[in-house]
Each structure stands twice: as structure tokens, then as C-alpha cells.
Design a protein around this ligand. Structure first.
Ligand code: NAP
Length: 285
């Protein structure tokens, strides 16, 4: 069997055009959805990420503001900027690009963002909302994975999902989202005794580790759905995921490629969250 590809670029295009339509509808009522992206320092990867986020906003008709600050910015000054953005009616979503310079407490900055504008979904209130099934913003990467499963009409109820990785931004929220859709969920991590024994039982596998070839063909049940969140470089310096794509695609039922899989979905879900924040603001929520 050769797995069907879940194309993150194609799905993103479709979702972004829906965002553009909803943004235009809001604009016609006098409200333009706005995202503020805050970058402190000159980390080259972060500069690329923020540029892509701002461009994606522009392409979908969202207003965006990029605030760039020197790496020497004090924590107090950054908190003051976040406070100003919290109170800016033109801004519905605030994203502080991580990592922050070492002298700034990133968690403190995230907690300073209003949960109503926390479109990255990293605030403790957003995490609590996800855990308890209350309305809130879901972290963009696992949210994008859920949209990918939805796009193939996958019914999670009663299925066994294995998430490899337990970070606060991918693994843990991913597991909670799958649980919310009635999957039986196993979370694996670096101390898991026998990863293969777990993954072989899975109907759905999400790999979010940051290590090449964590998942190989012999670890996958025939027909399983495999979502590859990892972003690594291979020996030729090319972007690759955590999954041995060539091997696993011969066993899996569906698989996401890297690049062109989960990656584009992450920015797309940021746009969706920003739009949602603006729609909630329009309702006076
Ligand atoms: P992270 O915070 O470093 O977490 C990695 C997780 O993998 C940890 O829970 C770790 O376990 C686990 N792990 C490490 N080695 C393992 C092994 N041999 N077997 C099983 N589990 C193992 O990373 P992250 O932020 O979640 O990101 C994970 C990957 O996704 C990275 O490659 C990152 O670049 C990528 N990513 C991609 C996107 C996207 O848009 N496509 C977005 C975010 C992240 P312990 O907890 O025990 O240490």
C-alpha cells in the first residue's frame, strides 16, 4: 500500500481563502482583524517566521503590525508593549515570537497577553480552556493537525492515537485535542520504554520530537494515519520530518509530507485564530 498524502499546502490555501472571505465580511462591518507580531532580537530563524506570518496576514486581508526590538530590550519594556497591545482596539491577536533573549522570562510575557488575544494559544488560560473543553484559542500546530484529520473525514471516535512528544506547544495540546474527539490517547516521550510497541497499536500517530527517523516503517500498523510535525535537516541540509517518509508511506494509509505538510498549517491556524478573535470582539465577547 502507498499512503495517500495529506497536502498541507492545498488545505492551507482552502482555509486561507475562507479566512479572507470572513475577514472581508467583518471589514464590510467596519472591523479589520488585526494581528501584532512582536520580535525581540535578531534570531535569523525567528526573522523568517515573523516575515512569513505578516505576509500571510496581508495575503488574507488581515491587518498586521510587526514590532521589532533590539535584543537588549528590558522585560519591563516588553511587558509595557504587551499591555499597550492588549488595550489597542485595532489589534485582536498578539504573538510574541519565541525564543526571547535569556534575560526575559518568556512565560511571564505570555501570561501578560490577554487571553482574548492569545492567538498562539500558549497562555495558561488557553491551556486550561483546552483541558476543560471551554472556548479558547488552541495552539496552532496541533490545531492544524486536527484540521488535517478533518480534511480526510477521519472519525477519531474509538480510535487509538499515539502522540510522540509531550511539549506544551505540540505534544500535550495535541493529545488533549484527540481526546476531545473521543480517541483513546497514548503520549510517548524520551523515557517511553518501548516506543515501537506503542506505535504498532496506533490508528493515528503524531510525531512531534525533532529527531529524524524516530518513526520507521516497522513501527507502523498498516493503514495508520501518520502526521509528521518534526522539522529537521537531513545530511544534504534539506528540511525533513521525524518520520522515515519513504519507508512509512509504503505502510501507512495517510501521511503528511515535510515540507508541505503540517508546516503551512501552523501559520494558517494563526490566521484562523486571529480572525476568530476579531469575530468574538465584534460580538462584544
Ligand atoms: P520539544 O519541546 O523539544 O519536545 C520534543 C519531545 O520529544 C519531548 O517531549 C521529548 O521527550 C520527546 N522525545 C525526544 N526524543 C525522543 C525519543 N527518542 N523518543 C520519543 N520521544 C522523544 O519540541 P517541540 O517544540 O514539541 O517540537 C517538536 C518538533 O516539531 C521539532 O522538530 C519542532 O521543530 C517541530 N515543530 C514544528 C512545527 C511546525 O509548524 N511544523 C511547529 C512546532 C514545532 P521528553 O519530554 O522526555 O524530553
Amino acid at each position: 500500500m502507498t499512503a495517500a498524502l495529506i497536502d498541507g499546502n492545498a488545505l492551507s490555501k482552502q482555509l486561507r481563502s475562507e479566512v479572507a472571505q470572513r475577514a472581508a465580511a467583518l471589514k464590510s462591518r467596519g472591523l479589520t482583524p488585526g494581528l501584532a507580531v512582536v520580535l525581540v532580537g535578531d534570531n535569523p530563524a525567528s526573522q523568517v517566521y515573523v516575515r512569513n506570518k505578516v505576509k500571510a496576514c496581508e495575503d488574507s486581508g488581515l491587518h498586521s503590525v510587526l514590532e521589532k526590538y533590539d535584543a537588549s530590550m528590558s522585560e519591563a519594556d516588553l511587558l509595557a508593549r504587551v499591555d499597550a497591545l492588549n488595550n489597542d482596539p485595532a489589534i485582536h491577536g498578539i504573538l510574541v515570537q519565541l525564543p526571547l533573549p535569556a534575560h526575559i522570562d518568556a512565560q511571564k510575557v505570555i501570561e501578560a497577553i490577554s487571553p482574548l488575544k492569545d492567538v498562539d494559544g500558549f497562555h495558561i488560560a488557553s491551556a486550561g480552556a483546552l483541558m476543560t473543553g471551554m472556548p479558547g484559542f488552541w495552539p496552532c500546530t496541533p490545531y492544524g493537525c486536527m484540521k488535517m484529520l478533518e480534511s480526510i473525514g477521519y472519525e477519531l471516535k474509538g480510535k487509538h492515537a499515539v502522540v510522540i512528544g509531550r511539549s506544551n506547544i505540540v505534544g500535550k495540546p495535541m493529545a488533549l485535542m484527540l481526546l476531545q474527539k473521543d480517541a483513546t490517547v497514548t503520549i510517548c516521550h524520551s523515557r517511553t520504554a518501548d516506543l515501537k510497541a506503542q506505535t504498532l497499536q496506533a490508528d493515528v500517530i503524531v510525531a512531534a520530537v525533532g529527531r529524524r527517523n524516530v518513526l520507521t516503517a516497522d513501527m507502523v500498523k498498516p493503514g495508520a494515519v501518520v502526521l509528521d510535525v518534526g522539522m529537521n535537516r537531513n545530511d544534504e541540509g534539506k528540511l525533513c520530518g521525524d518520520v522515515d517518509f519513504d519507508g512509512v508511506r509504503e505502510v501507512a494509509g495517510h501521511i503528511t509530507p515535510v515540507p508541505g505538510g503540517v508546516g503551512p498549517m501552523t501559520i494558517t491556524m494563526l490566521l484562523v485564530n486571529t480572525l476568530e478573535a476579531a469575530e468574538r470582539a465584534a460580538l462584544g465577547a
